[in-house]
Design a protein around this ligand. Structure first.
Ligand SMILES: [Fe+2]
Length: 217
């Protein structure tokens, strides 16, 4: 595929996928609130949420009760917005307060998706697929970035699925902060019902689409 075609595809992806209402305002709030590495993680998880939604939608696995795609994306983008300063010890239970600083609000649907990414702190366990998606994908982004960084090029674009799977499955000390047992729950029939290998592939490809925003990968 030519570089021009790749550029055009990426351009369209950004224009159409990440163009939900007020995204720019939420993005600016997240950027000014968070350390750069957490900000990049937020962009990565937003992309993963979009990738998981698209996979489930195209394979007819989403019911009409599921949150709309914009809600999946927004939850991914802002899920860690209270992970800084005086709010950090209470993360993620201060989401609304931090958003309020910027004159922003969210729906209960988005708030519930955010709560589901850390049930041990919120008491809110994943129920719908959007909530399972954020729960399973949250810590995977860090491992994928770590794999990119051990490549000679340090570029996400070069990362092979087999490399990520090897590090995930056979090297538990690699990116040890990755909650592998949570990621593996992607295959639960009552959750996303996506095989682990496919789930990692979806997230890897989604992150490649936003590699420039995530950083110099
Ligand atoms: Fe996170």
């Amino acid at each position: 595929m030519s570089n021009v075609k790749i550029f055009y595809q990426n351009f369209c992806y950004h224009i159409f996928m990440f163009n939900y209402p007020n995204r720019q305002k939420y993005l600016e709030a997240v950027k000014s609130q968070l350390e750069p590495n957490i900000f990049k993680h937020s962009l990565a998880l937003e992309a993963c949420m979009g990738g998981i939604y698209d996979y489930l939608a195209t394979s007819n696995q989403l019911t009409s009760n599921e949150p709309k795609k914009d809600d999946w994306l927004l939850a991914g983008l802002i899920h860690d917005i209270d992970y800084s300063g005086e709010f950090k010890p209470f993360h993620p239970n201060k989401t609304l307060e931090v958003l309020g600083k910027y004159g922003l609000t969210i729906s209960e649907t988005v708030h519930n998706i955010i709560k589901a990414h850390a049930p041990e702190k919120t008491g809110f366990y994943p129920k719908n697929k959007a909530q399972w998606a954020i729960f399973c994908a949250d810590s995977l982004t860090g491992l994928i970035v770590a794999v990119a960084l051990v490549y000679p090029s340090k570029k996400l674009a070069d990362v092979k699925l087999s490399s990520v799977l090897k590090r995930f499955l056979k090297e538990p000390k690699f990116a040890a902060g990755t909650r592998r047992e949570d990621v593996k729950k992607c295959s639960l029939p009552e959750g996303l019902n996506i095989p682990l290998e496919k789930f990692i592939e979806i997230c890897l490809e989604a992150m490649k689409e936003v590699a420039e925003e995530i950083g110099s990968y």
